[in-house]
Design a protein around this ligand. Sequence first.
Ligand SMILES: NC(=O)c1ccc[n+]([C@@H]2O[C@H](COP(=O)([O-])OP(=O)(O)OC[C@H]3O[C@@H](n4cnc5c(N)ncnc54)[C@H](OP(=O)(O)O)[C@@H]3O)[C@@H](O)[C@H]2O)c1
Length: 317
Amino acid sequence: MRNTPPGDTRMRIVLHTASADAREWHAAFNRALPEADIKLWPEVGTHVDYVVAWKPPAELFTCLSGPKAIFNLGAGVDAMLRVPNLPAGVPVVRLEDAGMAQQMIEYVTLAALAGYRECATYAEQQREGRWQPRPRLAKSSFGIGVLGLGVLGQAICAALAPWGFPLAGWSRTPKTVEGVRSYAGSSALPVFLAQSRLLVCVLPSTADTRDLLDRTHLSQLPHGAYLVNIARGDVLVDADLIELLDTGHLAGATLDVFREEPLPPDHPFWHHPKITVTPHISAMTLIEDSVAQVVAKIRRLEQGLAVTGIVDRDRGY
Ligand SMILES: NC(=O)c1ccc[n+]([C@@H]2O[C@H](COP(=O)([O-])OP(=O)(O)OC[C@H]3O[C@@H](n4cnc5c(N)ncnc54)[C@H](OP(=O)(O)O)[C@@H]3O)[C@@H](O)[C@H]2O)c1
């Protein structure tokens, strides 16, 4: 730990990233904000103006005072809000898109088209040496439901629209999104699920959404439905998904996020024939885009202007 020399009036920032590329993040922030004194955790002074962090350790907040805002280097703030010493009353600002929406669009489009064009079935037929064309599915029968109509959910809907699938979305508060049948609140969930032949989950992990995708709700999807989870692992009840895949109610699942990451070697998801596993890569946090967004917001705050993306701690996102 190092204290700031007396007379140094520069803006002070402490940066914590969990990744091996911490030095790359540090260099990018230094380039974008050359007037600031930016320290890479655990090198910090006792007073900082801004904390910029992903999954910070609890000690980070015990030895600092005075941050004007805490920037979360991700769209989801579930890990940040769990940090025990997170100072009360300091705004927590999350990333909004920052290059993640395009990546999510690619991931979901791939899964949606693979489901609609029955890629898994044809792969199985190929393994069996079987030439067996199947009837074309009517697009009208392949509704896509997006759980979460926020920054990422709406971008996914907009990108899927030209493919011609019926689109529906579910959120906490009512939304008007062109080309998307919108549903809000838990009372509307069964009707929304019943029309989702492919369900895309892009909800935040909160007290209200944890374990949401359980046996009851997954059973409300139509027979032969697919699940794509790119949100957080704890929104899904793993055993209930496996049960519904094994009974044949669900046709498949593409999972990018898990309760425990890395996914433990003995987890049944790894070798389930109807599950595709990816290692939390549906949307990477891009250094240049993220730094540009955070720095633009710091500059606004320094001018006394409002910023978007402030987390409602009570709501959990
Ligand atoms: N896999 C990855 O690599 C990755 C990358 C980025 C993000 N994510 C996940 O994606 C999540 C969404 O990101 P975002 O930027 O789109 O967030 P966002 O803009 O805050 O959108 C969240 C959406 O979820 C809805 N929602 C929240 N709680 C709800 C509830 N109880 N019932 C119904 N709807 C609810 C919100 O409803 P309202 O609109 O009514 O508020 C909103 O539409 C993140 O929190 C993160 O967990 C994952």
